[in-house]
Design a binder for this molecule. Structure first.
Ligand SMILES: [Zn+2]
Length: 396
């Protein structure tokens, strides 16, 4: 009986003791997570990360923790579900997101694209691998992207048959172009993309490949697009950053007095919004036709295409400023109705009225908000020249 009691007491005591240690540990973790430097994912900036990357000592979000786990960066543990040993907590305490930033992000080239939580997975994965696995930004390695020449193969969508074919791509700084070949080098390039108007953006969903990238440039007043991918995420992200380096150098040289903070967003850009709308013609009596639209905020252009992966736009609308007589509103001009879709958008420019319809009111609101935010921005000298050019070249 007495031995039973004593056994019982010590068991109870051990349990209570273990519970207390557990509570202490959760308390310590909560305190660490409450620190301002740990309040955002160390890699993508998403608020309230709850995963601990045990080898580098950072707190990351669920998605970034997945990259840590599949790479050689190593073990991750959930601060909510997993058992965190005393030593690990002490390690996290002595490391944390701020110290990791000082070490692994010491020297990020200004043109390197640092992804946010909204970016695609290939950009995030390669950023995390570049940071911890390849230690590219610790300051003791030459920058892999600041090169004046790069050649390699990419899969490019064929213009006519829509099949992706392996093509040789060359970026040459001395020529100021990105070019690609359908045959060998001797037969000459098939396409030239001057760095001056080049843009590149990830378009996994549209291209239906997770590493899909759209590259555009302006040729004779029209936007030419090509669609490429590489199966290796590191390779496509290297191309992206090499092109960004080329654009950065071009912008620095062309606008030496413009502050760097203004140049960086001009290096490359994603469309502010893309998707289907229907449009009628200039007399507003033409049948509504379904078209694919891309809104380029930086260039103030709403371009439309027959299909999402077309090489050239069918036409477009220059989005000037409210001050210069441009307006956008939800709804139709008096007496007009949509065809299949009835959520209308009317854009008024100094030349004419454009009428579009969207599938639903959510789309309608998103388009109107995106277009309006461009109209509220004053026009630069470059914009005014573009506007003149655009009004002359596109009359559809
Ligand atoms: Zn993250």
């Amino acid at each position: 009986m007495s031995s039973g009691n004593s056994w019982g007491n010590s068991w109870t005591f051990t349990l209570v003791d273990a519970d207390r240690r557990m509570v202490d540990r959760s308390q310590k973790i909560l305190e660490l997570l409450r620190l301002p430097e740990n309040s955002q994912c160390a890699d993508c900036g998403q608020p309230d990360p709850v995963w601990a990357s045990c080898n580098v000592g950072v707190f990351v979000c669920l998605q970034c923790s997945g990259v840590h786990r599949i790479s050689s960066i190593g073990r991750v543990k959930s601060t909510q579900l997993d058992y965190l040993e005393h030593d690990l907590i002490e390690f996290m305490k002595s490391h944390g997101n701020r110290r990791a930033k000082d070490e692994f992000e010491a020297c990020i080239p200004p043109f390197y694209y640092r992804p946010t939580e909204k970016d695609c997975m290939v950009l995030k994965e390669q950023w995390i691998r570049a940071k911890y696995e390849r230690r590219e930004f610790t300051g003791d390695k030459k920058c892999a992207y600041a090169v004046d020449y790069k050649e390699g193969f990419l899969w490019k969508k064929g213009r006519d048959n829509g099949q992706f074919q392996k093509r040789l791509f060359i970026y040459a700084d001395n020529e100021g172009v990105l070019k690609y070949y359908t045959g060998d080098k001797k037969s000459g390039p098939k396409g030239n993309f001057p760095i001056q108007t080049l843009n590149a953006m990830f378009q996994g969903e549209k291209i239906k490949h997770q590493n899909g990238m759209e590259i555009t440039c302006v040729q004779d007043g029209h936007t030419r697009s090509i669609y490429v991918y590489h199966d290796d995420g590191a390779e496509i992200v290297t191309w992206y950053n090499v092109l960004r380096y080329a654009r950065y150098k071009y912008l620095k040289k062309t606008f030496p007095d413009t502050p760097e903070t203004e140049l960086i967003p001009k290096i490359t850009r994603s469309y502010a919004k893309s998707g289907y709308m229907e449009k009628t013609g200039p007399t507003q009596k033409e049948a509504f036709k379904k078209r694919w639209f891309n809104l380029d905020s930086e260039e103030r252009k709403l371009l439309y295409y027959k299909k999402p992966l077309d090489p050239y736009e069918l036409g477009g609308v220059f989005i000037g400023s409210v001050k210069c007589g441009y307006q956008v509103s939800e709804g139709f001009p008096r007496g007009l109705r949509g065809n299949k879709w009835d959520s209308g958008i009317t854009i008024t420019t100094p030349d004419r009225q454009f009428v579009f319809t969207c599938e639903n009111t959510k789309e309608q609101k998103e388009w109107v908000d995106a277009i309006r935010s461009i109209m509220l921005r004053p026009m630069s000298g470059h914009d005014t020249t573009e506007e003149l050019h655009f009004r002359k070249s596109i009359v559809k």
